[in-house]
Design a protein around this ligand. Structure first.
Ligand code: CDP
Length: 253
């Protein structure tokens, strides 16, 4: 890879300046973190899988008219994306109770929710990404009312798309997180889905066995994370059936 200027390094990805103005190269690392980076490990092959899976989900969204930052995959670990101003919110959509919602409200994990619930967390690792309301978002100017309407509409479309896709391969989409960015086309601003969409930021349960196929495998020490993500990729047809990561990852042809 040609020398590129690093713009930012996060927990799971590195961003480099892209080849053209307004583009960014997103590099997927193998690092896994949980509980606000208190638990850390390197999971061989995770970055390759997430690069592929994020490409798959974002391409599908682009195709059905949900705008995303994704332009093209460059190689095993890198993709070219459109530069966007990230709104400092994590947008969480839930279909079944799990994780922090179950804890906060005392609802048993797996309980179906009467309708999808959209929540917002303020993106700040030092504060542990606290839950915020639309009142905070408006008062502190993180997003306008129009932005919030657009964000909810985008989040629910992503939810319908991902839920249907997962249902087709026997997986329940329990919840997920997305990030939204602002881009400017001339004088117009619009919002697009940014960051990544991968099992790192979703809860995926096998519909029959209830087996977890997402980052909870790492958070709760339930087994091999790469095996779980490989299973998701295999079911979605993202990887050839014969692909294996054992003993050394050789994931993508
Ligand atoms: O995962 P945890 O119980 O801490 O938080 P949650 O609020 O139950 O997370 C809801 C969904 O958003 C899960 O699929 C998480 O993996 C995802 N999430 C994320 O990707 N990044 C965060 N900083 C927080 C949540």
């Amino acid at each position: 890879m040609a020398r590129r200027k690093k713009i930012y390094e996060g927990k799971a990805k590195i961003l480099y300046e892209g080849p053209e103005p307004g583009t960014i190269v997103q590099y997927f690392k193998d690092d896994a973190t949980a509980f606000n980076a208190q638990k850390k490990d390197v999971i061989e092959g995770k970055g390759v899988l997430n690069n592929r899976l994020s490409e798959f989900f974002m391409t599908g969204l682009n195709t059905i008219g949900v705008p995303t930052h994704f332009i093209k995959r460059l190689n095993m670990r890198e993709q070219l994306v459109r530069a966007a101003e990230i709104i400092p919110l994590e947008i969480i959509v839930r279909n079944f109770a799990a994780g922090s919602l179950s804890k906060r409200l005392g609802i048993e994990e797996g309980t179906p929710l009467p309708r999808p619930i959209v929540e917002y967390c303020y993106k700040d690792d030092k504060l542990g990404d606290p839950l915020v309301t639309e009142e905070h978002i408006a008062a502190f100017g993180w997003a306008s009312q129009q932005d919030m309407d657009d964000i909810v509409a985008l989040a629910l479309r992503v939810n319908d798309y991902l839920s249907g896709l997962m249902y087709g391969v026997g997986i329940r989409l329990v919840d997920f997180k997305i990030e939204i960015g602002r881009v400017y086309d001339g004088d117009f601003q619009r919002l697009i889905v940014a960051d990544e969409i991968s099992p790192d930021s979703m809860r995926l349960w096998d519909m029959e066995s209830g087996q977890k196929l997402d980052k909870d495998v790492f958070r709760q020490d339930l087994g091999n994370l790469t095996d779980a993500y490989t299973e998701v990729a295999r079911r979605l047809g993202v990887m050839p059936k014969t692909a294996t990561h054992a003993p050394k990852p050789k994931l993508i042809n």
